[in-house]
Design a protein around this ligand. Structure first.
Ligand SMILES: Nc1ncnc2c1ncn2[C@@H]1O[C@H](COP(=O)(O)OP(=O)(O)OP(=O)(O)O)[C@@H](O)[C@H]1O
Ligand SMILES: [Mg+2]
Length: 260
């Protein structure tokens, strides 16, 4: 299957071309071609261990492809030094799969972290930005709490505020709703949409959660056997009759998936 949506006119923010990556003895990515369009929410689905987190690490420049290219605007990440990657990384926020907060820092200090790394931002400005970010994630005035005092959903929201505080052009979310009850998951979905709209961000969301995929995604891409098997509007992908897509979307396992 190929892209079922019409091509956008503006150039993509990120473009992966024929990306291949071997880790250990396993060929995880086998020629990934994918465009992330400016302003869109692109959802990436695929089986556990299929390489979704590895894909995000390539977009962040944390991993280099063995073959192929990763473009961020007009820059080929593979051609940049660590030093040249620094300004590009500042344009990208990442919500890691285990959303780790620093337990020895308060909520406010956690959220402020990306701004404190930038020496140029003044302390009162940082305080105002932290308050604003916490308000966006519906945790106003929680600066002085400790991560240990928060529920899982609240921790995710603090991690979200921290990832978004520097207003990156691109946000990468790795399993933002995993382990949360459906109501909290729904609030995270709405937050991702709101962040995208209010801060004008492009988002890539890796998820196993089909409700989230349908609600948040402008497009959904299925990573299958190391390639983007299909990409298109949620309705088209989620209601596809293609057996591979259908099997994944409906969560049907076969004998080879059995766990003994
Ligand atoms: N740093 C690494 N070194 C060696 N192998 C790795 C490394 N990172 C990932 N892998 C392997 O690459 C494969 C893909 O991993 P990845 O974490 O991208 O999967 P995933 O699609 O994100 O899975 P999940 O949905 O469970 O998070 C796995 O087999 C994993 O063991
Ligand atoms: Mg993963």
């Amino acid at each position: 299957m190929t892209d079922s949506t019409s091509q956008s006119k503006s150039p993509p923010l990120v473009r992966l071309v024929g990306v291949e990556k071997k880790l250990g003895r396993q060929k995880v990515l086998r020629g990934v071609d994918l465009e992330i369009r400016e302003g869109e929410n692109l959802v990436v689905i695929g089986r556990s261990g299929g390489g979704k987190s590895v894909l995000l690490k390539h977009i962040l420049g944390l991993m280099q492809p063995d073959k192929g290219e990763v473009w961020f605007r007009d820059k080929d990440l593979a051609k940049l030094s660590e030093e040249q990657l620094v300004p590009l990384r500042k344009e990208t926020g990442m919500l890691f799969q285990n959303g780790a907060l620093f337990d020895s820092l308060t909520v406010g200090e956690n959220v402020a972290f990306p701004l404190r790394e930038r020496r140029s931002v003044k302390e009162d400005e940082i305080r105002a930005e932290v308050a604003r970010a916490l308000k966006i994630v519906d945790l106003p005035n929680q600066e002085n709490k400790w991560p240990a005092e928060l529920s899982g959903g609240m921790r995710k929201r603090v991690a979200l505020a921290r990832a978004a505080i520097a207003r990156p052009a691109l946000m990468l979310y790795d399993e933002p709703t995993s382990g949360l009850d459906p109501i909290v998951a729904d609030s995270i979905n709405k937050l991702m949409i709101r962040l995208g709209d209010e801060l004008n961000m492009t988002s890539v969301i890796v998820t196993h959660d089909m409700v989230s995929a349908r609600e948040v995604g402008d497009r959904i891409a299925l990573l299958h056997e190391g390639r983007i098997y299909c990409v298109g509007e949620p309705k088209v992908v989620l209601e596809s009759e293609d057996p591979i897509v259908k099997r994944f979307v409906n969560g049907i396992s076969d004998a080879s998936d059995a766990i003994f």
